[in-house]
Design a protein around this ligand. Structure first.
Ligand code: BV8
Length: 238
């Protein structure tokens, strides 16, 4: 089995990190065009920093949940036969122990210097006056995330993994943001089976062969148990 798993904000929702498009979600409170585009950063970097500083602090206070744990168990069992692709900028898959995680929208705990291009692990707040540890120039440090209008990371690796997979699973994503929302159609065009795990049908629900609805902390461990067997010592599923 070669499995392509795409995760979205729903997998981290029960860790206390907000989703984007659900009622009361991040984009209900904040306008993405004011905060998550290169133009927004050029216009008002301090406002963009304040938004991501808050999210970075929330992330540092959060912990992986049972869905991340189950995917880490799957990663250990399938090794390179699992391509775990996340739209999430958090590091909860890694903290749960997942081996290789493809962050197509970048990582909030990295900062990138627009002056020299260096990428640094970053856990503190960023400010307009923050100097780059590599080139020592100030004013160019930004969160190393992919904003609207920017190219997602590693699209070649994603296309290769999609072309080799024999099963596609999307977990906790609304199917609203491209190119990720189009992966299921690409998988389906190849004739491989497609499954979605979500609380409710997403925008692209019709592209999936099967669905399992419920909280990710319940559905993901159940899916993983069906694929590789129950976790030793885990209670029998009801
Ligand atoms: C690009 C990162 C070219 C930083 C984010 C018009 C038509 C089509 C496309 C476009 C268009 N106009 C513009 C575009 C392109 C644009 C786009 O798609 N716009 C949309 C909005 C129309 N895309 C881009 O600009 C992308 N770049 O296309 O470049 C290209 C392409 C290919 C190759 C070369 C070049 C770049 C997009 C990057 C956006 N980055 N943020 C940050 O986090 O601040 S957006 C953001 O949305 C998130 O970061 C996340 O990465 C992404 C997806 O969101 P979801 O994860 O799906 O979250 P959402 O809240 O929507 O849904 C949560 C789901 O979870 C729900 O379904 C809910 O039911 C479920 N759920 C909730 N709780 C649970 C649960 N499920 C299970 N259990 C639970 N407990």
């Amino acid at each position: 089995m070669r499995l392509f798993v795409l995760t979205g904000a729903g997998v981290s929702a029960e860790s206390g990190l907000g989703t984007f498009r659900d009622r009361g979600g991040i984009w209900a409170k904040f306008d993405p065009m004011r905060l998550a585009t290169p133009q927004a950063f050029a216009r008002d970097p301090a406002e963009v920093h304040a938004f991501y500083n808050l999210r970075r602090r929330n992330l540092l206070a959060a912990a992986p949940n049972a869905a991340h744990d189950a995917l880490a168990r799957l990663s250990a069992a399938l090794r390179s036969d699992l391509f775990l692709c996340t739209q999430n900028v958090d590091d909860l898959h890694e903290r749960a122990g997942a081996d290789t995680v493809h962050h197509m929208h970048g990582e909030l705990l990295n900062a990138r210097c627009l002056r020299c291009g260096a990428v640094h692990p970053w856990r503190e707040d960023l400010a307009t006056g923050t100097a780059c540890p590599a080139c020592h120039r100030a004013g160019g440090m930004r969160p190393d995330v992919v904003w609207f209008g920017e190219t997602p990371r590693g699209m070649d690796a994603i296309e290769t993994a999609l072309s080799r997979a024999d099963r596609f699973v999307a977990i906790g994503t609304s199917g609203a943001v491209y190119p990720a929302a189009g992966f299921v159609a690409a998988a389906r065009a190849r004739g491989i089976s497609t499954l979605e795990l979500n609380l409710a049908p997403p925008d692209n629900a019709r592209d999936f062969d099967d669905a399992l609805y419920g909280p990710a902390t319940v559905t993901v461990p159940r899916l993983v148990a069906s694929l590789i067997g129950p976790e030793p010592g885990a209670p029998e599923p009801r």
